[in-house]
Ligand binder design. Structure first.
Ligand code: SF4
Length: 202
């Protein structure tokens, strides 16, 4: 979302600089942009398949961490702090590698999503939930926001889905996660699953 990049430039980067915290943007050198890869491979990200978060988030971040810590031959080398809140504690899973140990500081501090939002508002920060613009985990509200506020990005999602449909005939489900319902036909009234329902970083 452009709002996420704006928040990084205007809020996160200055905040990290002030506290001398290194802020590194990790990019996939193997597969390139997530939307380009899916377009080229006639694919879309799908609920239940964790390849998008695995390939464009977890593996990319781990590769960068490895550059810093090297190889500990099974020993824990990194403490990964994941910002999962108390209301989504089902997502707080142990790491699947020994060298990077997951920790959940917000859960340890008893902080919920609402608490986070309250704190951001009090600090004068206006932040929208981050995520890919074409994420199948987003609900109708989020799709409508994208369509209204970033029509060119909504169009990109439509193109991604239309390319998938054209090249994979017989597939009945797209980014709206509803059989037979496609973005080009409009966004259903009913809310779908939300982006924080656990697709990423499980
Ligand atoms: S935000 Fe959605 S599309 Fe993007 S990596 Fe996460 S689950 Fe996949």
């Amino acid at each position: 979302m452009p709002e996420t990049y704006h928040a990084i430039d205007e809020l996160v980067t200055p905040f990290c600089e002030e506290l001398s915290i290194p802020f590194i943007i990790c990019q996939s050198t193997l597969r390139g942009r997530i939307q380009d890869w899916h377009l080229k491979n006639n694919a879309i990200p799908m609920i239940g398949f964790k390849s998008c978060t695995g390939n464009w988030k977890i593996r990319v971040i781990r590769r960068i961490m490895r550059e810093y810590v090297g190889n500990g031959r099974g020993k824990p080398l990194v403490r990964v702090q994941l910002g999962i809140t108390t209301d989504e504690s089902r997502r707080a899973n142990a790491s699947d590698v020994k060298w990077a140990v997951n920790s959940f500081p917000l859960i340890e501090a008893g902080i919920s999503r609402e608490d986070c939002e309250d704190r951001l508002v009090k600090a004068g920060w206006s932040v929208r939930k981050s995520g890919c613009t074409f994420c199948p985990y987003q609900g109708s509200e989020s799709w409508n926001y994208l369509k209204t506020n970033h029509p060119e990005l909504f169009e990109e999602a439509v193109n991604l889905e239309e390319n998938y449909r054209a090249n994979r005939p017989g597939r009945r489900q797209g980014l709206l996660n509803k059989p037979g319902r496609w973005l080009i036909d409009g966004i259903p009234e009913k809310k779908g699953s939300e982006c924080d329902s656990g697709g990423c970083f499980l």
